[in-house]
Design a protein around this ligand. Structure first.
Ligand code: ATR
Length: 270
């Protein structure tokens, strides 16, 4: 009876258990496999994950805030994506060994209609979510620009991914003047209901040809996505990215192809 779980702190808000359980059931694995949630404080993370890895009960874990960097550090092996991003959202256990992967990157790329190759992408923010987005977009062939409220963090992220990120006209003082093919908001603006057009360098009328992704998600579309949709943009919300990353993780653990529509519907059900 292989077990799976998402680990985080806190973890109660996570939609992964509902989404992954629905996917396992749709694959006919609902009796055999289970997916739960484990709240782990940072100081107990390493010992508990090692325990789970050797227990023989667990096939792997999803990892969410604030453990993604520590999960990579404790792994025995890591994929190139996880190593270069510096964070893992997926651990799998093989004969007691811990393998780290980052499916956030592939999940973001898969959620972009039209794909990123050759397009100009603006990433707003320079935290952990931005790192995965910048790496993924650059790797997939986009020309990536980074804007952040604290410019020094954007600069250092751009420098770090220098091999992959083309910074044109740095600093990006007025992103609103450029036609973006892709815009990804990884900042927390909007989580507390803030007006994105006050806090971010965006204009309401600039979205027509843009794919707009907002990692912020809740029960209703974010104000950014609502405005973008009204302006004629294609929009992608954080729940679509969540479903895409989750499908990739489930594929790693089970070797089976999950039904994305089942995962999308379960992630959206409250
Ligand atoms: P995560 O790891 O989830 O990406 P984080 O590291 O806390 O989270 O990053 C949050 C991001 O939101 C940062 O880019 C932050 O900008 P600063 O680096 O300037 O702090 C951004 N952010 C948070 N509140 C913001 C606001 N009111 N306006 C603009 N950016 C904001």
């Amino acid at each position: 009876m292989p077990r799976l779980a998402v680990i985080g702190h806190p973890v109660g808000h996570s939609r992964s258990p509902a989404m992954q359980t629905a996917a396992l059931e749709a694959l006919g694995l609902g009796e055999e496999w289970s997916y739960g949630a484990i709240d782990l404080a940072p100081e107990e993370l390493e010992a508990r994950v090692r325990e789970l890895a050797v227990s023989g009960e667990y096939a792997g874990l999803n990892v969410t805030v604030p453990h993604k960097e520590a999960a990579l550090a404790l792994a025995d092996e890591a994929s190139e994506a996880a190593r270069e991003i510096g964070a893992a959202n997926t651990l799998s256990f093989r004969e007691g060994r811990i393998l780290a992967e980052n499916t956030d990157a592939g999940g973001l790329i898969a959620s972009l209609p039209g794909g990123p190759a050759g397009r100009r992408a603006l990433v707003l923010g320079a935290g952990g979510a931005a790192r995965a987005a910048v790496w993924a977009l650059a790797r997939a062939g986009a020309v990536v620009f980074i804007w952040n409220r604290t410019a020094a963090r954007a600069k250092s992220l751009a420098d770090e991914f220098g091999a992959y990120v083309e910074i044109g006209g740095w600093p990006v003082d007025s992103p609103a003047e450029v036609d973006w093919g892709i815009l990804v908001n990884t900042t927390t603006v909007g989580l507390g209901g803030e007006d994105p057009f006050e806090q971010l360098p965006l204009r309401r009328d600039e979205f027509a040809e843009t794919v707009v992704v907002d990692m912020v998600y809740g029960d209703r579309p974010s104000r950014l996505l609502a405005a973008a949709e009204e302006a004629g943009a294609l929009t992608v919300d954080g729940l679509e990215v969540l479903a895409q990353q989750g499908a990739r993780s489930l594929r790693i653990w089970t070797g089976r192809e999950p039904d994305l529509d089942v995962m999308r519907a379960a992630a959206r059900r409250r």
